[in-house]
Design a protein around this ligand. Structure first.
Ligand SMILES: Nc1ncnc2c1ncn2[C@@H]1O[C@H](COP(=O)(O)OP(=O)(O)OP(=O)(O)O)[C@@H](O)[C@H]1O
Ligand SMILES: [Mg+2]
Length: 372
């Protein structure tokens, strides 16, 4: 019989309470125990992602517990102590999630996915470049977008590109943060996040791997994670979409059927876009993106490779290009400098099957049709 999720939450919140009171000795003990629980929970996770998320949480808790030991020795010092105080007194916590250095990837770096790019322009770019027309036609600004589809198709990359394309403040919330930092305060923190977003003209809130926020077992029922996303969506509903300020909430998942139905109701994620395997033009573009800047031989036939790569994801194609480059690189290091050839690519393709199986796609078709 393994540990239960509620045991973790109890230890964790005792630790956080002690931490805030400045009782670092007790905090360190509770947080270490909570981390231990999380390690056990990680081991019993159903999926590798959940396991990774939980291991991350455990690692954060251990760091926090180590800080406690340090503060215990030196009670006056410590930036964490300062931070905890600020969090309590003001809305400072929300600034933790603002991404200062925006990603350097734009829409042009993404092959295909044109309907998604267009959707984002309609929601966040055109209403600002053409405000009178937007008002005349009653166009809503911002809203919720759910990106779903098989692994390696560019969902995370797309979210980063959105941050780059739109001149906005970018908030990223990781499930690990929600787990480890928000215990007992999730509701207040969501409110703070929206307060912070309202201070900016344009904001994007991004949650990746959003399915990790959904409890898998009944025993994990009313956890902090299960409450946070619906609350975000509720706040979003209350956000004035004709106003001066715009807010875009982007969620990404490769297991949309695990999401709570409340999240998928109309008016919540009002746009749900399937991010699928690349079609022929997108595969061609992927080959261009990932081979163009490398030394390639004249015999390299992108069109033929493109046909051969039906069923491969963007991430697969990127990998194949990299591996082909590595083969040529190794020869070059051995003194035989040469170009990357068509045969290099075919070689790698033969050795690697597509990472997404046709059977996986059936599950997505079902979700597209039935919404579950
Ligand atoms: N359409 C694309 N255009 C360009 N590069 C892509 C595309 N799709 C995938 N890639 C490459 O593959 C890598 C992995 O893609 P990404 O992490 O965005 O996939 P994902 O859809 O978020 O997958 P997961 O569901 O596993 O999180 C990207 O960093 C990018 O380099
Ligand atoms: Mg991803």
């Amino acid at each position: 019989m393994g540990v239960s999720y509620s045991t973790f939450e109890r230890l964790k919140s005792k630790g956080v309470t002690a931490y805030k009171k400045g009782d670092y000795a007790a905090a360190g003990t509770f947080l270490t125990e909570a981390a231990g629980c999380m390690v056990e929970l990680a081991e019993s996770s159903d999926t590798p992602e959940l396991r990774r998320q939980r291991e991350e949480v455990a690692a954060e808790l251990i760091d926090l517990a180590k800080d406690c030991k340090r503060f215990e020795a030196n009670p006056e010092g410590g930036r964490f102590r300062q931070r905890a105080k600020e969090d309590e007194e003001s809305g400072a916590a929300a600034s933790d999630w603002i991404v200062q250095d925006k990603p350097d990837i734009g829409f042009d770096d993404i092959a295909g996915l044109d309907d998604i790019k267009q959707e984002i322009r309609l929601k966040m770019i055109y209403p600002f470049s053409h405000p009178e027309l937007a008002a005349k036609y009653g166009i809503n600004i911002g809203g919720g977008v759910l990106l779903y589809g098989p692994p390696g198709t560019g969902k995370t990359m797309m979210a980063k590109a959105i941050a780059h394309e739109i001149d906005s403040t970018f908030f990223v919330i990781s499930p690990a943060q929600i787990l480890s930092k928000w215990v007992g305060e999730a509701e207040q923190n969501v409110r703070k996040l929206f307060e912070a977003a309202k201070q900016h003209n344009r904001s994007v809130i991004f949650i990746d791997e959003i399915e990790a926020l959904v409890p898998r077992r009944k025993s994990e029922g009313s956890t902090v994670m299960a409450r946070v996303v619906p609350q975000i969506l509720q706040e979003l509903e209350g956000f004035d979409r004709k106003g001066e300020r715009a807010l875009l909430f982007v969620g990404a998942t490769n297991k949309p059927w695990m999401l709570d139905e409340a999240m998928l109701r109309p008016g919540r994620f009002d746009t749900q876009v399937y991010v699928g395997l690349p079609d022929a033009p997108a595969r061609f573009r992927l080959l261009e993106i990932y081979l163009a800047d490398r030394p390639i031989a004249a015999d390299l036939d992108l069109g033929a490779l493109c046909d051969r790569l039906d069923g491969y994801s963007g991430a697969d194609i990127k990998n194949l290009c990299m591996q082909a480059a590595q083969m040529a690189f190794m020869d070059a290091m051995g003194g035989g400098e040469r170009l990357i050839t068509h045969a290099d690519m075919l070689n790698r393709i033969e050795m690697q099957l597509p990472s997404v199986k046709p059977g996986d796609l059936v599950r997505f078709d079902k979700f597209k049709q039935t919404g579950r």
